[in-house]
Design a protein around this ligand. Structure first.
Ligand code: MG
Length: 202
């Protein structure tokens, strides 16, 4: 099982990070040990002083595929979920400055919160509204209408480089509004009115 993540896939988030908008999907991965499921708490890691939340729509891949044409890409998932790409922003800034890989800032244990899933039928994939609340206050809102690379493009592109396998996840990028978490925070993610996850920072 692999977790693919797309960086800078919403222009407003790229802007808030003072980052350029990529010409192709920007892909990185997290290992299976990054998964945090079933509303389990997130334990603040000691190697960082600035862990950020990034709420993201998650796709669950349902079959094996490579070199998938965009027109067939939507058949490679049946369900839409929501999660958090926890990011050690202080470590990431050091990595960026040195031109180093991002793994230690992005792929650490429990850095991929993944909540419940909804069947994709009944959802307008090009207009899924999602949001993140921290301690009851809305901090991020997103709409898949604003994706720079939509689900078809993401799946097709990834599959030209990596074989997609049943059970893989794709975290599709975060909108603007990312910010720091602190111990005691309660993070709640919603797609429309559906509560998809709750995560306490401990
Ligand atoms: Mg992200």
């Amino acid at each position: 099982m692999k977790i693919f993540c797309i960086g800078r896939n919403y222009a407003d988030h790229a802007k808030e990070m003072n980052s350029s908008v990529p010409e192709k999907p920007m892909v990185f991965m997290k290992p299976s040990s990054a998964l945090l499921l079933d509303d389990k708490p997130f334990y603040y890691p000691e190697f960082s002083q600035n862990i950020h939340y990034e709420v993201e729509i998650v796709l669950k891949i349902n079959k094996h595929g490579r070199h998938i044409e965009p027109k067939y890409a939507l058949s490679y998932f049946d369900e839409i979920g929501l999660g958090i790409d926890f990011t050690a922003r202080d470590i990431q800034a050091e990595c960026k400055k040195k031109g180093h890989p991002w793994e230690i800032a992005k792929a650490f244990d429990n850095s991929a919160v993944i909540g419940k899933f909804l069947p994709k039928e009944g959802l307008d994939l090009n207009a899924i509204k999602f949001r993140l609340l921290v301690n009851g206050t809305e901090v991020q809102t997103g709409n898949t209408a604003d994706l720079m690379f939509d689900f078809q493009k993401i799946i097709s592109y990834i599959s030209t480089i990596f074989t997609l396998q049943n059970g893989d996840f794709i975290m599709t990028g975060t909108p603007a509004g990312v910010g720091s978490v602190k111990i005691g925070d309660i993070l709640e993610g919603f797609i429309g009115e559906h509560k998809m996850f709750e995560c306490e920072v401990k």
